[in-house]
Design a protein around this ligand. Structure first.
Ligand SMILES: [Zn+2]
Length: 59
């Protein structure tokens, strides 16, 4: 018996990885949250890194 390699994804709300589930087999491409609670909470905005986002042009 060997385990199948189930796909995993990072939840957009809690930022934790979750694993494919049978109930998602038809909608896995659309699944972005690990749970209903996270789905309701929604995605958290990406953290803003100060001082790193600058696109300074060189001479
Ligand atoms: Zn989550």
């Amino acid at each position: 018996m060997r385990k199948r390699d189930l796909p995993t994804r990072v939840c957009l709300a809690c930022q934790r990885p979750f694993t494919w589930r049978k109930k998602w087999e038809r909608v896995w491409d659309q699944v972005k949250y690990c749970s209903e609670a996270c789905r309701r909470r929604g995605a958290v905005p990406a953290p803003i890194k100060n001082g790193q986002a600058r696109d300074s042009s060189r001479d």
